[in-house]
Write a protein that binds this ligand. Sequence first.
Ligand SMILES: Cc1cc2nc3c(=O)[nH]c(=O)nc-3n(C[C@H](O)[C@H](O)[C@H](O)COP(=O)(O)OP(=O)(O)OC[C@H]3O[C@@H](n4cnc5c(N)ncnc54)[C@H](O)[C@@H]3O)c2cc1C
Length: 493
Amino acid sequence: MNPITSRFENLKQLEHGEFDVLVIGGGIVGSGVARDAALRGLRTALVDRHDFAFGTSSRSSRLLHGGLRYLEQGRIGLVREASLEKRVLRDIAPHLGDPLGFVFPAYRPEGRPLWQLRIGVKLYDLLCSFRNFGASRGYSAAEIRQLIPGLNPVGLRGAVRYFDALTNDARLVLDTLRSANAAGALVSNYTRFISTQRKADFWVVRVRDERDGREFETRARTIVNATGPWAQGLAHSGVALRLSKGIHIVVDRARLPITDAVVITEGKRILFVIPWGERLIIGTTDTDYRGDPESVETDVEDIAYVLKALNSAFPTLQLQENEIISTWAGLRPLIANPDGSPSDISRAHQILSPEPAWWDVAGGKLTTYRLMAEQTVDKLLEFLRRPATRCRTAREPILAAADTRFSGILPAPFSSESVSHFVNQEWALTLTDVMVRRSGWHYYHPDAAIRACQVAQWMSEVAGWSAERTTSELADYHRLVRNRPQKTAAPER
Ligand SMILES: Cc1cc2nc3c(=O)[nH]c(=O)nc-3n(C[C@H](O)[C@H](O)[C@H](O)COP(=O)(O)OP(=O)(O)OC[C@H]3O[C@@H](n4cnc5c(N)ncnc54)[C@H](O)[C@@H]3O)c2cc1C
């Protein structure tokens, strides 16, 4: 395998290069396509206008899951596909898939009946070919109250427990990109696709280095549009999306020391309370979004909705807004269907070729990204009249950081070595890249704003920043922190 190549080197080669495929978008889908294409011998380049994983792929619920709730909608094929993929991902990236039990309580007179849940979880295991991370089972009301103290006892009939896995979405993107790069793909963040024109056998593509504003051209025989929520905005795109917003909040796990995830309900919708180290991740919402994908944010109504669901499920908890450590908001790039609520719209993916040599890959889930990539690269090979080389991504492990201190489900240890690794081995260019997507410190630590001063100092040493650059990086990051709900001082754990 090749060593990681720097952004500078990648940009230089991009400018003078001719590629079999140019992938637009460095979220999970684009990263998966780039890795698969490079492993199958295609000359591959990938650009992202922001940092890698800037979009939805760092703002999910972080689950590798088949999607139990889609069984209710009769989407057996979709659940089967995702269930098998969650197993594959755990096999190729064991450092990014922690099996996790989910407790789903049943209430009467409202809520799903216990018998239905019992059948549902058995079917869920079956759809995973009985290779789920653990066998599902049922509990009586008395048992479940012991297992999850504080759960609302009124109308509680019992519960089921089933298995999915917790991952780290941004880390999955970064490790996939590092694998793609090691297999020969050029990847460049802060590099925006501007426009393209077909000339003879090639697309002549105009891109801009968003760090210095310089525009240049590159050439590619095919293009894959993997820009998630931005996908319908690109010229040549044939995709129509319905964007749905979902938010999460992070709170201290000491307030609700559960070891399993808990499924809570708000009307027909379900939300998850997910243990994440010393924190809990709680979400999500599902509301239509018609704004600019650049500016999706958590708003007060979203927070009120999640807190209401949580405090009704655990009535003695009474968690307050000022206890929230961090939040994130993301957009599901769902394939458009004007009817029904966003929760009812299929999470199936779509691979379209609205004109020769251009593909849009949209929809789907984090969990199914590898399969989406495989199907896309199959089409590229056919178009390019290359031998149908077998896809290797279901067997070949994803490159983990050589030292697992830097790559995992929990945030990296807070150290100058981590920062140096992120800058030199993972293309981090800004303080926010490190705080948010490389390390996860932004979401995890209540004192992230203070820690950022130390990180800026370390980055200035590693990247050779001037005093002015260090100050402006801090100002940018602190603007982001100001956008999160104010937390009252709490002792650091
Ligand atoms: C709230 C929420 C919870 C979710 N939870 C889960 C879950 O638990 N499990 C699961 O399997 N799935 C989950 N999903 C779904 C999953 O996160 C998404 O399907 C997936 O991340 C989409 O990835 P993507 O690569 O298509 O898009 P993105 O990650 O958004 O990537 C698109 C990229 O394109 C770039 N881009 C845009 N325009 C340009 C341009 N002109 N030039 C270059 N680059 C450009 C953007 O900067 C961005 O980085 C969740 C989604 C949401 C919103």
